[in-house]
Design a protein. Structure first.
Length: 89
């Protein structure tokens, strides 16, 4: 019984660490994406072929969407761990 409560507390603490890391990753990902978009615009303005740079921007956007989805999942897991009754063992 004590183990299950302790396990849940440990899992909750770990999920909170993951949550903070995901926030940081998302923030840094947004900055990298903005930087890449600016580079893309510079290339376009100079008349360069930007097909590869455009593809990279699209991949970065899709990755950021997945990171944000994962962030929500972590938040949902935290909410569950904070509110679910302990298991009856």
């Amino acid at each position: 019984m004590m183990g299950s409560v302790a396990d849940r507390a440990e899992e909750l603490a770990a999920e909170k660490v993951f949550f903070l890391k995901s926030e940081n990753d998302i923030q840094r990902g947004r900055l990298r994406l903005r930087h890449q978009v600016n580079l893309l615009r510079e290339l376009q303005a100079d008349g360069h072929d930007t097909s590869q740079a455009e593809r990279l921007v699209e991949i970065m956007k899709a990755t950021l969407v997945e990171w944000e989805r994962h962030h929500v999942m972590i938040a949902e897991r935290i909410a569950y761990l904070e509110t679910a009754p302990p298991p009856d063992w």
